[in-house]
Ligand binder design. Structure first.
Ligand code: GLN
Length: 257
């Protein structure tokens, strides 16, 4: 095997809701089918910074408020090494609860504000237990320009969201996508998720990557290009089944693309 990637997964036992582990499986499978070796590193309390420095790609899934509070106690200790990963342009994907913790703060429905790592210029507030949760199937148009892919054609991503937190982008934050169906970051401004360098935060469970293989491949390609410092063309995979599933949902949601 010519290429190999090391994938880190933040707190798999505390942060993996609504099928988020499918993102890791999709990355492993899509690499394996192309003869790219992968090593999965679960990251927990005992994982030393030196190990995190060896990662080529980082993933963090969703969590309920209680778990987010538990995770955060440890996550502060890993701030520098996670920031370094992202500043080095290595890709990362954070879903739902994870980007909330990578932002400036998250105010849960009960209890004190959780100060985040401040890597994304976003803030999130849960308006309280009596307020409506933002739940349902969702679709959005990827902000390829923001991802540095100026000439990329349009891509509709599909997923499922379930969050109480309302996220607002700061002036330095770019949205990952624009809502076509569903609530997105806050149910008001049509933004979905956030991006910084090659790190993506989003509210798309479902999970995101098997349902939207183009995003999985973008992440894999970036990880390889940063690691090997060369232009990478990923081998073609037959995604006709994935496309069919994707298009069925797009049709069911009544979105014209
Ligand atoms: N606890 C957060 C919220 O409700 C995140 C939920 C999740 O990750 N699914 O906003």
């Amino acid at each position: 095997m010519k290429h190999a990637l090391t994938i880190g997964w933040l707190y798999p036992d505390l942060m993996s809701t609504y099928g988020d582990r499918g993102n890791v499986i999709a990355l492993e499978k899509r690499c394996g089918w192309r003869d790219i070796a992968t090593t999965l590193v679960p990251i927990g309390q005992d994982t030393p910074s030196a190990k995190i420095q060896t990662l080529d790609l980082l993933f963090g899934g969703g969590a309920q408020d209680r778990e987010q509070g538990l995770v955060m106690k440890d996550l502060y200790k890993k701030r520098d090494v996670i920031l370094q990963h992202i500043e080095q342009m290595k890709p990362a994907l954070f879903v739902c609860g994870a980007p909330q913790l990578m932002g400036k703060y998250y105010e849960p429905s009960i209890g004190k504000r959780i100060e985040g790592l401040g890597i994304f210029d976003i803030t999130t507030r849960h308006p309280g237990q009596s307020s409506e949760r933002l739940i349902g199937n969702t679709a959005a148009e990827v902000n390829w320009d923001g991802l540095g892919e100026k000439d990329h054609g349009s891509t509709t991503i599909i997923g499922f969201e379930n969050h109480g937190g309302r996220t607002f982008l700061g002036k330095d934050a770019k949205p990952f996508a624009y809502v076509l169906e569903g609530f997105g970051n806050n149910g008001e401004d049509k933004t979905e998720g956030v991006m910084y360098k090659n790190a993506i935060g989003c509210y798309f469970h479902g999970p995101l990557l098997p349902k939207n293989p183009e995003i999985a491949d973008w992440i894999i390609k970036k990880a390889l290009e940063i690691k090997y410092q060369e232009k990478i063309e990923l081998a073609f995979l037959d995604d006709s089944l994935e496309k069919k599933a994707h298009d069925t949902i797009v049709e069911r949601l009544g979105i014209s693309v």
